[in-house]
Design a protein around this ligand. Structure first.
Ligand code: UD1
Ligand code: UDP
Length: 371
């Protein structure tokens, strides 16, 4: 490193990216002599409730560039990011880029950089669902193959990377940066007035998020899930801040406006970070197909029923409060009612899911310049 300040482009594009880059940008900001970070937003998510609110709440700087790619098929969206990000790389000539997570923006930016011989750091490397029908699994495998710094959130990820031939010296166990964000903003999360606004009590409601194509793009699957939510909604109110993809699909299947479920289901717009985490922390149970939500509920020790057959975050099953229930209504109802009847997994917090993750990351990036 020999004292040269590193220009690092830090990329985010979709909702789950923003809470991962916030602590890292903050940590880099503490060492202005070492890092010159530039935040680039790809524009994969663009609704205020999927993007702007997170930038504001997490105190992110205005993006240096917003690529404005928007929605599209996988090829169109990934291709647009690739084209537009390459232009940024050619203009800015960074020393390295950093990508997080597993969305289309992640692989597209990593690929653009790798082809220009610009080193890529991947935060949240090594997670594998072993299900290649998930678009994210393809993004994860390919991004890890072309990244030279692999920051892993849990030890199991190292085995996955080694099995795919990645070198041991590229792998750095730093912990879960999404959890660091949650700890960093715990005062604002606890200060949210959302329970009062929705007239629910701590421990008195269920919380749902759903957006995986395998769950929301098939009307039969989505209907089965709504059947289960309706049943759980007979016991407690079920709050459902719906992802725009899910709303779009519900509309196209004629499941809109509560038509999909009974009166116990309360559909609403996606929520900001503080309100959503406050609801998550105080829920009786969470039903989700989100990656990040499985981790956050483990940290909060709130029961999580994952509406998938697999997870790339196995530590949430082995150590945390997570259980897999797939999309079969009987199974989801069984797991949900078990929690409501008091049969809850205890769970513990995985190693390095703490508030020092970004510190570990910048130390590696600094390569000996920081002790
Ligand atoms: C993407 C990621 C997924 C991640 C999720 C987080 C990929 C392949 N998928 O899925 O891994 O878990 O984000 O939320 O990268 N839309 C809007 N407004 C927006 C964004 C999206 O209306 O601001 C609608 C559009 O109709 C769009 C659809 O949602 O076509 C899907 O958006 P897209 O970014 O392609 O994928 P997600 O399902 O959001
Ligand atoms: N989240 C939020 N508001 C919502 C739903 C989710 O702030 O209405 C947060 C959630 O707490 C987590 C992140 O968004 O921090 C997860 O994003 P998402 O589920 O969209 O993506 P995934 O993790 O599945 O890739």
């Amino acid at each position: 490193m020999s004292g040269k300040k590193q220009k690092i482009i830090v990329v985010a594009g979709a909702r789950p990216n923003f809470m991962k880059i916030a602590p890292i940008l903050r940590a880099m900001g503490k060492h202005p002599g070492l890092f010159d970070p530039l935040f680039v937003h790809t524009g994969q998510h663009y609704d205020d409730k999927m993007s702007r609110i997170f930038l504001e709440q997490l105190g992110l700087p205005d993006p240096h560039r917003d690529l404005g790619v928007g929605s599209g098929s996988h090829g169109a969206q990934t291709g647009q990011v690739l084209i537009r990000f390459e232009e940024v790389l050619l203009a800015e000539k960074p020393d390295r880029i950093m990508v997080v997570g597993d969305v289309n923006s992640t692989i597209a930016c990593a690929l653009a950089a790798a082809k220009l011989h610009i080193p890529v750091a991947h935060v949240e490397a090594g997670l594998r669902s072993n299900d290649r029908t998930m678009p994210e699994e393809i993004n994860r495998i390919l991004t890890d193959q072309i990244s030279d710094m692999l920051f892993i959130p849990s030890r199991d990820a190292a085995q996955n990377l080694l099995a795919e031939g990645r070198p041991e010296e590229a792998i750095h166990f730093v912990g879960n940066v999404m959890i660091e964000s949650l700890i960093l903003f715990s005062r604002q999360i606890d200060g949210s007035g959302i329970l009062k606004a929705l007239n629910v009590e701590p421990g008195g409601y269920g919380l749902v998020t759903l957006h995986r194509p395998s769950n929301v793009d098939d009307p039969d699957v989505l209907k089965r899930i709504f059947e289960a939510l309706t049943r759980i909604g007979e016991r407690i109110p079920v709050l459902f801040p719906a992802h725009p993809r899910t709303v779009k699909q519900m509309r196209s299947f004629g499941l809109e406006a509560g038509g999909g479920g009974g009166p116990g289901i309360r559909m609403m717009d996606p929520l900001g970070y503080f309100d959503f985490l406050c609801l998550e922390k105080n829920a009786a149970l969470v039903l989700t197909d989100s990656g990040g939500v499985q981790e956050e509920t483990t940290f909060f020790r709130v029961p999580c029923i994952t509406l998938r057959e697999n997870t790339e975050r196995p530590v949430t099953l082995t150590q945390g409060t997570n259980v897999l229930a797939g999309s079969d209504s009987g199974r989801i109802i069984g797991e949900g009612l078990a929690v409501l009847d008091g049969r809850k997994k205890k769970g513990s917090i995985p190693e390095f899911w703490d508030d020092r993750v970004s510190g570990r990351i910048v130390r590696v990036l600094a390569g000996g310049e920081l002790s």
